[in-house]
Design a protein around this ligand. Sequence first.
Ligand code: PLP
Length: 444
Amino acid sequence: NEVSDLVTKEDLLEKDRKYVWHHMSAHNENPMILASGEGSWVTDVDGNRYLDGMSGLWCVNVGHGRKEIAEAAAEQMMKIAYATLVQSHVPAIELAAKLNEWLDGEYRIFYSNSGSDANEVAFKIARQYHHQNGKPSKHKFISRHRAYHGNSMGALGATGQAQRKLKYEPLGVGFQHVPPPYCYRCPFGQTKGSCSFQCAKAIEDAIVWEGADSVAGVIVEPVITGGGMIVPPDEYLPMVRSICDKHDVLLIVDEVICGFGRSGEKFGHLNYGVRPDIVTMAKGLTSAYSPLSATAVSAELYESFKDKEATSHLRHINTFGGNPVSCVVAMKNMEILEKENLVSRSAQIGNMFRDQLEPLLDHPNVGDIRIFGSAMGIELVEDRESKVPATADRVMKIIIGCKQKGLLIGKNGDTVPGFANILTLSPPLSSTDEDVAFIIETLL
Ligand code: PLP
C-alpha cells in the first residue's frame, strides 16, 4: 500500500468522487490513483506497477523520479521562487540561450505556461507582425483537420477535431482547415510514393482562395500526434515552407509533443531541414516536472517588435510564464537529455519498435503502424481490405488488456468522429532495453 497510514484508498476515492472534476471523461468512478514513479514505471496507491507507455500525456521525456530535477527546483525556490519577466531573471536568460542552441537558429523566447498558451502567443505575434509590416489585413490561419493545438479559444479554433469543439463554439475566428497528410487514408485518393502531394498543395489552395492578403500564418505539428500519429511524406514540410514563403505567410511549427527528443531529433522540424518562423513548445521542455511553455520567434520577426514606441510592443503578459523554478527545471531536464544521449535513444527506441513489431502488420485488425522517433501509432481496423475503423469495444479491450499486463497505452485520432481507433505509445526516452522489450512483448 502506497498510501500513508492515515489515509485509506477508500477515503481518497470518496473525496475524488465528491470533489475532483476529471479531464476529458465523464466522472470516472474508479480512477487509477498514482502515487509514485521511477524511470519508465509508475505505481498506484494499491502498489500496482505499470510501464508508463505514454509518458503521462506524451510529456515525461526523461522518465519519472529524477532527484536532480527536484533538487534544482528546491534550490531555486530557496534563492528566489518568483520574478516577473517585465524585468528579467537568471534562469530565464540562461534557458533562452540554451533553447537557441537546440533550435539551431536565432530565436527570441517568450515564456508561458502551457502548450495552448504558447500557440495563443504565436497567433497574436503573427497578427501583430503583419500589422506592423504594412499588411494589417493578414489575420487568418490555416491548420489541418485532425490537428490538436490546445484547449483555449484560439488554440481550439486552430484544432481540427470537430468533436472537441462542439458546445464551445464560436471559438477564435479566422482558422481554416485543410485535409491532413494522411497517407494511409489519403484524402485525395492517392498512393504514397506515387502521389502529387495534394495535401501540401491544399495549403496553397486555401491561402489563394482565402486571399493571401488575409492569411497571417500556417500552423502545423511536424507529425500530427494526438490526431492519430499522422506522419507526412518527407517532402511535405519543406513544401509547406516554400508555400509560406511564396505568399508571405508565417510558418508556425507546434513542437509541443514532437520537441525535446521525441522525434529522434532535438525538434521535429529538424528532421525535415526547415526553419520555422515561430516554434511553440511545452511538455518535454520540462518533462512535465513543472509547467512551462515557450514561443520561439525568429530574430527577423522580432525586429518589428523592438521599436521604442510602446505601440509596437507585444501586449501580452502572464503571471507564471517563465517562472524561475520552471526555467531551472527545464535547464536540468535538457542537461539530462544531453548527458544521457536521450535524443538519439528516442530514435533507437523507434527502430526497436519498427523492427520487432513487424509481425503485428500481419494481424487482421492492424491496418498501419506509424512511427516518428519514439512515438508510435497503431491504427486498428475491422478489416484490412475495407479499412473500416476498429470498433470502440475492440480498442478498449486492447487497452484494458495491456493495463492488466502492466502497460499503459493511449488511444487517439478519431477516424470516425466520436471514438479513437489508433493506439498510441510514447514511452520515456530513458526507457531501458528491458522496458522496450516489455512493451513489445505485451503488444505482440
Ligand atoms: N499542441 C499540441 C500538439 C498538443 O498535443 C497539445 C496538448 O496535448 C497542446 C498543443 C496543448 O498543450 P497544453 O495541454 O499544455 O495546453
